[in-house]
Design a binder for this molecule. Sequence first.
Ligand code: ZN
Length: 461
Amino acid sequence: LTERDPAGGYAAFDRYVGEHMAAWTRELVDFCTIGSEAGDPEALRSAAAWTGDRLRRLGAEVDVVTLDGVAPLVLGEIGQGPVLTAVQHYDVRPAVPLELWTSPPYAPEVRNGRLYARGATDNKGELLARIWAAEAYLATIGPLPCRIRYLVEGEEESGSVHLAELLALRPASLLADGALIEGGGIDLHGRPQVVGGVRGMAMMELACHTIAYDAHSSLSNILPSATIRLIKALATFWDEDGAPSIEGLRTGVRAPTPEQLAVVARIPDEDIDDLRQVFGIDRFVGGLAGQAAARALTFDPTCNVQGLWSGYIGPGGKTITPAEAHARLDIRLVPDQDPDVIIEAVRAHLAHRGFGDIEVSPLMSQYRAWWSAPDDPLVLAAIRVSEAVVGKPAVQDLSMAGTAPMHAVCAEHGVPATSLGSADDECRAHAPDESYRLDYAALAVQITGRFLDEFAALASR
Ligand SMILES: [Zn+2]
């Protein structure tokens, strides 16, 4: 480990970042022209190849793990010492509806300091920022103080369905001293957000069939409508205030520790309450606010309807009593909940309420949550470097609100995880007009470069 004066130690590094942002932006533009959506195997292969080439140019050893008919997993390793796995992906959410984009999703365009393209932040920009950090470190400081493993999958946006199977082909790729969740954030007030984990998820489809086929609606006083039956079944999933109330929904929930409660207690109230303004409402579900809302967002499983469909909604009208109705649900989980157990709880709840005929089928995305201890040295190091670069106190949370396959990567060897980066609230990940704020991208590179030293120092303690 080299002893360097932290005040002067990154001056050359930071200068390199400033001088290379223009070229790096062109590189991100190039990566984002590949429409690597789940339904396009050709584009996924080309994004995997692009990723492998970029990692080789960095100097990494690249190993492309393949399975028949599956987007390849790209592993790139560089440096010596303790191992830091950066969990990334090269696939993107579908860009539809295209008409809502100001410029086409795969014709990247820079406007007002932001690069607009599908994948610009999630996750091509965030992946590249971590590659750029290693490049700048090598160019201005010297050999990397740790070994970075870029673990870049191509099915993240469609549920990481084969990730465990791909990783099982390379068991050594699960051995690591720390892991980085795919990105990181800076909030509306310019404060870095650092989390130590991700939520899990159980996703399922409900199907209700009542009569043999759609009937003339004049018969609706005597024929059971599938639409109405599904609505009545769904209505039992929440209490009067709208809080989830499925029996067994909390199965497996680990009680929060005093340390975890203390972290949530420090989340600024406005970080949560601002969301009322963002979404144009006066009141959260159940009248939650501030701390109570923060605790619900962190420690409670959710129960969300993604969509429901039944009957006829085309032009004009069609007087039918529908024979079938469907709904798609996602339930975001906390440690140590098991998605299979939760799907079973939904079935049991329906059966107890007299809706045992409604079929519950798991959908592809099933994840367990993965949370590091809030005082894990890895998380504290992420907070230190983020604050040093951004110049504002970090907002720490136990978990990001969303889901990522950290359990699959970290659980076997108990690897702690944290977040690092600079996605902002305006980035519109998954939505039309996704973008990456380029001055924040430079911050992500600076944060990551410093983190490599902190990470190496942790391991040598
Ligand atoms: Zn992502």
